[in-house]
Design a protein around this ligand. Structure first.
Ligand SMILES: *Cc1c(COP(=O)(O)O)cnc(C)c1O
Length: 360
């Protein structure tokens, strides 16, 4: 089975982590600080604060904005459940808005309708690597937290996705755009807010009592993160090449293919096509030897309730193809053919994977 996602690790990554191991300085230190600065440069932000996961970053972003009991946090219905848990962890109520199934991103008109008197933030994930259009969301008048967990390297209007929210969060989970195994970061331009996060991410060496936790990243993770971040451009270029290969093969198929938004650059963290009866097509792909899990495991309104037709359509039609820089060129060809077949394009040259891989 061709895996749906894999980290891309090279000798430089191994060397960087090995150096930290031999140095004996394993816990948060100079490398974490260097990783924060490098990530801030990449996203054109003033600074960053590294933490233990993307979910931790979301939680601390809410804390830094003073959000808690009595606040509503707006988020799209079709996204990662981490958003829901981060809001709940801060003591706030998650409130959902619908998504535009054409882009999988939050629908600004629905976001406006979902505003309440207690809405104090909106979390905007750039879904599957497609930059969300932020101008209309900024006009809602509540702070925007950009979630770049799936969109490092994406751009909109010539600027990096993650470059304009009051705060921006990243995830460096094993199979994200770049990885530290587990890890995350909050970035922004407001030194006061970032200092608050820096302060509460550790419990030790503090005289005054406030709510704290251990949310720190290790030097091992930061060394890997620095090494990975140096290759972000290469990673994104390879993702776009693979996406172009899929698109060339699938253009004739009756499915909606992902593409760059006008004025923006998609990084194809996921290559998600839309077709009717996506679940049975995904099953056909799996039978052919290509892993194709649901790109969003459970839409948030299936957990919280409510009616969100855009999210419902997204969930029913999304079909995700494996895409990552370490995907072998032969696999790209094989996946394109398997996808064309699963999407009902007759292809006389297509053979099952077991036969293809044992051919002379
Ligand atoms: C992965 C992800 C997160 C959570 O990140 P973790 O590092 O797994 O905690 C948050 N938001 C989005 C959009 C994600 O894809």
């Amino acid at each position: 089975m061709i895996p749906h996602s894999r980290p891309t690790i090279d000798d430089d990554d191994v060397r960087a982590v090995g150096e930290v191991l031999r140095s004996g300085a394993l816990a948060q230190g100079a490398r974490v600080r260097a990783f924060e600065r490098a990530a801030a440069r990449a996203l054109e932000r003033t600074d960053g604060v590294a933490v233990s996961s993307g979910t931790a970053a979301l939680h601390l972003a809410l804390v830094a904005l003073g959000i808690g009991e009595g606040d509503d946090v707006l988020m799209p219905a079709y996204t990662c459940t981490a958003l829901l848990h981060a809001a709940a962890c801060a003591g706030a109520r998650p409130v959902l808005a619908d998504v535009d199934p054409a882009t999988f991103n939050i629908d600004p008109a629905s976001a406006r309708r979902s505003l309440t008197a207690r809405t104090t933030a909106v979390i905007v994930p750039h879904m599957f690597g497609a930059p969300a259009e932020l101008d209309e969301l900024a006009a809602l008048g509540v702070p925007v937290i950009e979630d770049c967990a799936q969109a490092l390297g994406a751009t909109w209007g010539g600027r990096p996705a993650g470059g304009s929210g009051v705060l921006t969060v990243c995830s460096f989970y094993a199979t994200k755009v770049i990885t530290t195994g587990e890890g995350g970061m909050v970035l922004g331009d407001d030194a006061g807010m970032l200092d608050r996060i820096r302060d509460v991410r550790e419990y030790d060496g503090r005289a005054e009592l406030r709510r704290r936790f251990n949310y720190k990243m290790t030097e091992l993770q930061a060394a890997l993160g620095l090494s990975q971040l140096a290759r972000l451009g290469t990673f994104v270029a390879r993702r776009r090449e693979i996406a172009a290969a899929y698109t060339a093969r699938l253009e004739a198929v009756r499915a909606r293919l992902p593409h760059d938004p006008p004025g923006g650059r998609h990084i194809f963290y996921r290559y998600v096509v839309r077709a009717p009866e996506a679940a049975s097509r995904a099953a056909r792909l799996r039978e052919a030897g290509v892993a194709s899990p649901r790109p969003v495991f459970v839409p948030l309104h299936h957990l919280l309730g409510g009616t969100f037709p855009g999210a419902e359509e997204a969930a029913a039609t999304a079909l995700s193809l494996p895409i990552y820089p370490s995907l072998a060129p032969d696999d790209v060809t094989f996946i394109s053919r398997a996808a064309a077949s699963a999407l009902e394009l007759p292809d006389p040259t297509w053979v099952p994977y077991s036969l293809a891989s044992s051919a002379p």
